[in-house]
Design a protein around this ligand. Structure first.
Ligand SMILES: [Zn+2]
Length: 724
């Protein structure tokens, strides 16, 4: 259809002529798991196929869909893309096909690159404005495809939700991808929780052929408003991956010389179902997106105590007591949560609560051998008129607010008005302020919370597109509201890039500084923040079941070490329940959110032992081992469990959790990823059973039993492969 339109506009003779002159270029990129064939067409490039070695090809029928017009002085001008062979580049790691539009003069670069010898291959499209004037362009997707599939074939679609607020009852989705399947998954920085909409996904998707359990996955390395769509019609599986076009029409400005960059996406092949894909992807995310400085520290992921167990009531006495107790428990870092500051936007310690300042607390933590972390919601403005505060009424910064505030507006105790950091002056202020906080308060870790990126923006003088007053949706939310308009995606595009620039700057100037991505508890869990932060708060609900659910979902696609569970106070009449509470947060990054001074001597002793176990035996596996989801998703009623297996160390562990039901004292876990003929000795850490030896074949076919006498209890079973 598009081709016919172009044919009509250019004239048949012209098209025929260009075909005669045009010689196609083909190229390939490969990793051990993924092979991509790519080729040029006269007017657009094409991903030809994806192959998982030893499996049938995925053949793509469509060429990349390139934008068809640009707006110059308010008028849409059709674009005619021509392949530019001289500007293109083919190497073993990178393929760049360049297309030029003569008038208006634009250059489009269609790039694919491998980052490692294994794992997925990255893709991005960039459009550069080579005119002397400003132009506007519509939405360019990063990737659109139309796989030819056997009309009779059975396909499965797999994706996971963000644990934002509270993990939903489903979280991990295995869906039959049958004829007429239509699906769109979205992600943003604010974890949209409208009741009439599906929950936000961690922006990725996996499709596999059944029963082969082999296929491909795609993910988006960007935190702004993005979407992935999939539609199946008989033998066609169409999809699109990139910025979210709704609500449209999207448009973005390109000043002379400026380049629009689509979100980077990665596309990879796999075998062995979602866990097979996850074991490649988690390692790839760590190596390619992760911060090498962070992973170099053998104590990553850290054990933390956070002050939010006492809410906003934190003060110097409480902090010093918590530090003393944290050190005696073997905790690695003390983390001051909200409640320490003078006011929202006024990020200086409250002198009533901290008479000796916050640097004093940091120094006390350091003296006790702990690192020091701090909560800040640094894009929020309030009403403080003290020097250095971001005051929403200050005429100098008034325009950074995304909207005019009503005369009676007041910030909440730790939430104010988000500024648009896509505005260069606002970004500059924020970067300076965040760096001041890091320096003045001697931080080892900075947690960002709240809404870093505006939901939308009413301003017409910001770098993003102006909102369309006729196309605006207002959603009630937690007593206030947010607005999505035709410019929401463009607002997020600019603000997220500013946020990444601030964090890249901080990383460069403060190596070793850790960043926690909190964003109201699990709303910014995506592959863009994975590339700019060090760990995620994965949910805002902290009971054992919610922690295990959020971990179960998120750990399919992100390294376990990056996934933080906050363990809050929970009823623990028996010490077995106490251990269950702790261990429900000990599968990834462990943060206690309890004033541990309230614990009994028995609980103290138990926690000290569990933290020691975590640091010595569990942490190395959480960092390096393969991960298998060996039970259905936790429901709190029945048993659930996870298996770590490290093929290098030939060592692993099974986390076994017994749910609340009374008459289910025994469960069999069937393991994965072992060698059938090898022998494995199993050590039951709490001595719920005698240590035993099994073959890999037995463990992967019939499994092994765990028996626990009490509901809401747990066991850790360590596995060691015996020498051949
Ligand atoms: Zn704005």
């Amino acid at each position: 259809m598009r081709f016919l339109v172009r044919l009509a506009s250019l004239g048949l003779w012209c098209v025929a002529f260009s075909f005669v002159l045009y010689a196609q270029t083909a190229a390939q990129l490969r990793t051990s798991d993924t092979e991509l064939a790519l080729e040029t067409g006269p007017a657009s490039p094409r991903l030809v196929s994806l192959t998982v070695p030893g499996q049938p090809k995925w053949e793509n029928r469509s060429s990349e869909v390139l934008i068809e017009f640009a707006e110059v002085s308010g008028k849409p001008i059709p674009l005619h893309w021509n392949f530019n062979r001289d500007a293109s580049e083919i190497s073993e790691e990178r393929i760049r096909f360049v297309y030029d539009s003569p008038s208006p003069h634009l250059r489009l670069t269609w790039e694919w690159r491998t980052r490692q010898g294994y794992g997925p291959i990255e893709h991005q499209i960039r459009i550069e404005n080579l005119n002397a004037d400003e132009i506007w362009i519509p939405l360019q997707d990063t990737l659109a495809f139309d796989w030819r599939v056997d009309a009779q074939s059975t396909l499965e679609h797999f994706y996971v939700e963000k644990g934002a607020d509270t993990p939903s009852p489903i979280g991990t989705h295995h869906v039959a991808l049958a004829n007429d399947y239509r699906w769109t998954g979205t992600s943003s920085t604010y974890g949209d929780l409208r009741s009439d909409q599906p929950r936000e996904i961690i922006p990725g998707s996996l499709v596999q052929r059944e029963p082969a359990q082999s296929g491909w996955y795609v993910g988006i390395e960007f935190s702004g408003r993005t979407r992935i769509s999939l539609t199946r019609k008989q033998d066609s599986l169409q999809g699109a991956v990139g910025l979210d076009p709704d609500p449209g029409p999207f448009r973005t400005r390109l000043t002379p010389g400026e380049t629009f960059e689509t979100p980077v996406v990665f596309l990879g092949g796999f075998r062995g179902g979602p866990d097979g894909a996850g074991n490649i992807l988690r390692r790839w995310v760590r190596t390619v997106l992760g911060n090498p400085e962070t992973w170099k520290n053998p104590n990553y992921p850290l054990v933390v105590n956070n002050s939010w167990g006492g809410g906003m009531g934190i003060n110097e006495d409480i902090a010093l007591n918590m530090i003393r107790d944290a050190a005696s428990l073997g905790v690695d870092m003390f983390h001051v949560d909200a409640g320490w500051f003078r006011g929202v936007g006024d990020w200086r310690p409250d002198p009533q609560k901290f008479p000796h300042g916050l640097d004093f607390i940091a120094d006390q933590a350091h003296k006790a051998g702990l690192k020091f972390g701090l909560w800040v919601d640094w894009t929020q403005a309030g009403l403080s008129t003290k020097p250095g505060a971001l005051n929403a009424r200050d005429p100098k910064v008034h325009d950074w607010m995304v909207t005019d505030l009503p005369a009676d507006w007041k910030p909440e105790s730790f939430k104010g008005q988000t500024i648009d950091i896509g505005v260069p002056e606002a970004k500059q202020w924020a970067q300076h302020e965040v760096e001041r906080i890091v320096d003045d308060y001697h931080l080892d870790m900075l947690e960002h919370d709240g809404y870093l990126v505006a939901h939308g923006c009413d301003r017409t003088d910001h770098p993003h597109a102006s909102p369309d007053p006729l196309n605006k949706c207002i959603y009630p939310s937690w007593g206030s509201y947010w607005v999505d308009s035709s410019n929401s995606t463009d607002v997020s595009y600019h603000a997220v890039r500013a946020y990444y620039e601030i964090y890249s700057y901080l990383r460069q100037h403060h190596p070793g500084l850790l960043f926690e991505i909190c964003a109201d508890g699990g709303r910014m869990v995506d592959f863009g923040t994975a590339a700019h932060g060090d760990y995620f708060s994965i949910t805002d609900t902290y009971d054992p079941l919610s922690n295990r659910r959020a971990f179960y979902d998120t750990s399919h696609v992100l390294p376990a070490a990056m996934l933080e569970s906050y363990v809050e106070k929970w009823p623990t009449p028996r010490i077995e329940n106490f251990r269950y509470m702790l261990r429900s947060g000990m599968m990834g990054w462990l943060t206690l959110m309890i004033n541990t001074n309230d614990w009994s001597p028995q609980q103290h002793a138990e926690a000290r032992q569990e933290i020691d176990l975590y640091k010595k035996e569990l942490r190395p596996l959480i960092r390096d081992a393969d991960l298998y989801h060996i039970s259905p998703r936790p429901d709190g009623v029945h048993w659930d469990g996870l298996e770590y297996w490290d093929p290098e160390r030939r060592r692993g562990v099974v986390y076994a959790f017994r749910g609340s039901i009374q008459d289910e004292g025994m469960h069999s876990f069937i393991l994965k990823g072992l060698e059938p003929s090898a022998h494995y000795s199993l050590r039951f850490y709490d001595h719920s059973a005698h240590d035993r030896t099994f073959t890999g074949r037995e463990l992967m076919a019939r499994g092994f039993r765990v028996t626990l006498p009490f509901p809401n209890s747990s066991e850790l079973i360590f596995l060691d492969a015996e020498a051949h």
